[in-house]
Design a protein around this ligand. Structure first.
Ligand SMILES: *[C@@H]1O[C@H](CO)[C@@H](O)[C@H](O)[C@H]1NC(C)=O
Ligand SMILES: *[C@@H]1O[C@H](CO)[C@@H](O)[C@H](O)[C@H]1NC(C)=O
Length: 383
């Protein structure tokens, strides 16, 4: 049975999004405002509508506790509001100034993600309101985003149809064309799919597209294991027998867990396994299983190799997330790519992209040491 119990008609233009907390309903609109209603009788709160945005508000969402509301707009900002009194807590400007289409709180409330029309995605620290990390997709606007229930991963969807998985440091772990005509929405199921005794958790993700399709994905966390990917080399070699078991399960090789455990195979030994060892020492009889395992180990070795030559974090510009060629030190003490920082400042921003604090000066000094280090690194890594 479905019965209409109330209709709200306060907005003066298209209503773009709505969100519930335990006690409130928030709505946002092309009319630049956000409205808050009490769930008990759908009366508008005294401090509603919330006015700050200078253009259309695209998306709004509550923090998990419901005390804070985030909203984002064509005006290039993500705003945090105190839901109890309607005051703005923070105005966070997308570094590129691009219209912000989507915002989302992480499950533990520590971060807010803002996805923009130019494909940039920013993770803001929701306590200090500072930019924590920033990434970007090549094509299209970001129009959808969702955190995994454990907060380890963030998934974004673009108007070009790319579904991208990021880790908690905004490193791109995976990206693929999911919907030909663009993604409209994505969300994680809060219930993990558990792999029985192994305690391995997979999460289901659904993506919706303009191709009339809804796709359901399974995202596993074994490669992430809540650790940073920058040390994946060390990390795979440091895998315990338990980590190896989880890896086997994620590869669909659960049947081998027993054998691996019996032989005490850890990460180091896993990377070292050969055809002969599998057949003679581990006595894995099925040729199919041996081949599949070897293929997966080879993939792992390739990944380890490519990650171990990964660009050191300090060589990457915090604004563009790309390797710097002309690093300059700003008065906040951080180094940025000259062009990106000049752009930032020319948009009349006197705040630090990293700290959000006012820059004491707009002078940019070349960071020669860093430039030389980058060049040295390039010589040894570019063939
Ligand atoms: C296995 O590891 C050892 C040292 O850890 C190394 O010397 C050896 O070459 C490795 N074997 C293979 C086949 O990778
Ligand atoms: C140059 O950049 C590096 C890496 O970000 C930083 O550690 C160093 O302090 C910078 N140099 C100066 C003089 O700030």
């Amino acid at each position: 049975m479905v019965k209409l119990i109330h209709t709200l008609g306060d907005h003066g233009d298209d209503v773009n999004c709505c969100a519930f907390s335990i006690s409130l309903l928030a709505t946002c609109s092309l009319d630049k405002t956000i409205r808050l209603y009490s769930l008990s009788d759908f009366t508008e709160l005294p401090h509603s509508p919330l006015k700050f945005h200078t253009y259309a508000v695209h998306c709004c969402c509550f923090s998990p506790s419901g005390h804070i509301l985030a909203s984002c707009s064509t005006d290039g900002t993500t705003v945090l509001w105190n839901t109890q009194n309607g005051q703005t807590l923070a105005v966070m400007e997308q570094p590129s100034g691009s219209p912000v289409r989507i915002c989302q709180f992480s499950p533990d409330s520590t971060c807010v993600a803002s996805g923009a029309a130019d494909g940039t995605i920013v993770l803001w620290n929701a306590q200090s309101y500072k930019l924590y990390r920033c990434g970007s997709v090549k094509d299209g606007s970001l129009v959808a985003c969702a955190f995994s229930p454990n907060g380890n991963l963030l998934v974004t969807g673009s108007s070009c149809g790319d579904l991208t998985v990021w880790d908690d440091k905004m490193r791109c772990l995976h990206s693929e064309k999911a919907h030909d005509l663009g993604i409209t929405c994505c969300d994680f199921s809060s219930q993990p799919v558990s792999d029985g005794e192994q305690d391995l958790q997979f999460f289901r993700l659904a993506s919706c597209g303009q191709d009339c399709q809804i796709k359901i994905w399974v995202v596993s966390f074994t490669h992430v294991l809540a650790r940073s990917t920058e040390d994946q080399l060390k990390f795979t070699e440091d895998w315990s027998e338990e980590d190896v078991s989880m890896w086997l399960c994620a590869q669909g090789l659960k049947d081998l867990v027993g054998i691996f455990k019996k032989n005490n195979i850890d990460g180091k030994e896993l990377l070292n396994l050969t055809k002969e060892i599998l057949a003679d020492d581990l006595k894995i009889e099925s040729l199919g299983l041996r081949s599949k395992l070897l293929r997966k180990i080879e993939e792992l070795r390739t990944k380890v190799k490519s990650l171990s030559s990964g660009i050191p974090d300090e060589f990457i510009c915090p604004i563009t997330r790309e390797l710097m060629t002309d690093p300059v030190i700003a008065s906040d003490g951080y180094s940025y790519e000259r062009e990106a920082m000049e752009n930032w400042i020319s948009k009349k921003k006197r705040t630090s992209p990293m700290t959000n604090l006012v820059l004491p000066s707009l002078v940019l000094t070349p960071n020669r040491t860093l430039k030389m280090a980058i060049n040295r690194w390039l010589e040894t890594h570019q063939k």
